[in-house]
Structures are given as C-alpha cells and as structure tokens.
Design a protein around this ligand. Structure first.
Ligand code: CMX
Ligand code: CO
Length: 142
C-alpha cells in the first residue's frame, strides 16, 4: 500500500545554496547529503516529519552531475522547480509497481533501483500520471 508522501523532488542548480535557503527560510536543519551516480544527481534530503508508517517525509533537492541525466535535461528545459513527487510503500515496491502497471500506467524500470538511504525506487511515466513524474519508494530495512 502507498502510505505516505515520501518526498518531493526539486531540481536546482546549486545544491548548497538551495539547502541554505531551506535552512534559513523554514528552519529545516535535518539534512542528509548523498551522490547517486546512476541517477546522475547530488542530492540533499531534508527531513520534514515522521510519518505514521515508521518512515518520514522529505524534501529532496537534486542537482545534476551530468547534463544528459534526467534532471540535467529537465533543468535545461524548465529551470529550477518541482521535478517529481514520491509516494512511499509499506510493502514491496515491485509488487506496488506491478499493480499500477496493470492499470495501464508505464513503469520506467524493469526492477527497482537504488534511491536515497539505500531505498528501492522506481518511476511512473509522467505522461500516464497527468503530467507528474511519480516515484515509488520502499524504505531500506534497518
Ligand atoms: N515531469 C513532468 N513531465 C516530464 C518530466 C517531469 N519531471 N520530465 C519529462 N517530462 C515530459 C517532457 O516535458 C516531455 O513532454 P512533451 O513531449 O510534451 O514535451 C516528455 O515528458 C518527454 O520528455 P524528455 O525531455 O524527452 O525526457 P525523456 O523522455 O528522455 O525522459 C523520463 C523523461 C521521465 C523518462 C526521465 O526523466 C526519467 O527516466 N526519469 C526517472 C529518473 C529520474 O528522474 N531521476 C532523477 C531523480 C532521482 C531521485 O529521485 O532519486
Ligand atoms: Co526522488
């Protein structure tokens, strides 16, 4: 089941400056940085609140490390802004994706890839989701 908004993904040109904006403006100080080579981004996860399913909701700031990556291409076309939303599962993300695929929505990955904090992620095509690139996230088991 999808039980939370896991994160909202925001594309930016300068990760440190954007983190500073969120810290200064809103007081979001719980920040985790990582690089995801496969996705072509440097990212910062800003924790907003815990969720009822034992996970948490974040703002994910992403800066491309390659111009030809999904975020690099999107930024060149649109400039900074909301790039995707992510829903969290309480179970297996592939099972969730299979169920959604059965409803006629294109799932972008054949099998889940690695996301923030070692999570398992996949994406749904924005053209099948009313213009919203949608990510599904299964939290890493701790
Ligand atoms: N939101 C909404 N629509 C989008 C979009 C987005 N983020 N990205 C692309 N589109 C739209 C484009 O506007 C375009 O529409 P038009 O044909 O009407 O102009 C169409 O989708 C095709 O876009 P494109 O620029 O040609 O891009 P591609 O088809 O090469 O790639 C996508 C689009 C979704 C397949 C690709 O971005 C992708 O694989 N995304 C998943 C991975 C990802 O985004 N990783 C970064 C985040 C990592 C993380 O969250 O951890
Ligand atoms: Co994301």
């Amino acid at each position: 089941m999808l039980t939370r908004i896991d994160h909202i993904g925001i594309a930016c040109h300068d990760l440190e400056a954007t983190v500073e904006f969120y810290r200064e403006t809103y007081g979001f100080t719980d920040v985790h940085f990582e690089v995801n080579e496969e996705q072509g981004v440097r990212e910062a996860m800003l924790k907003i609140n815990e969720t009822g399913d034992g996970a948490a909701a974040y703002i994910q700031l992403v800066q491309p490390i390659r111009d030809d990556s999904p975020v690099g291409k999107w930024l060149a076309k649109n400039g900074e802004g909301v790039h995707h939303i992510a829903f969290g599962t309480d179970g297996d993300v592939q099972e969730e994706a299979d169920g959604i695929s059965g409803k006629g929505v294109r799932v972008l990955y054949e099998s889940p890839r690695r996301g923030s904090f070692g999570s398992r992620i996949t994406f749904l095509h924005p053209k099948d989701c009313h213009g919203v690139l949608t990510e599904l996230v299964q939290k890493a088991t701790s």
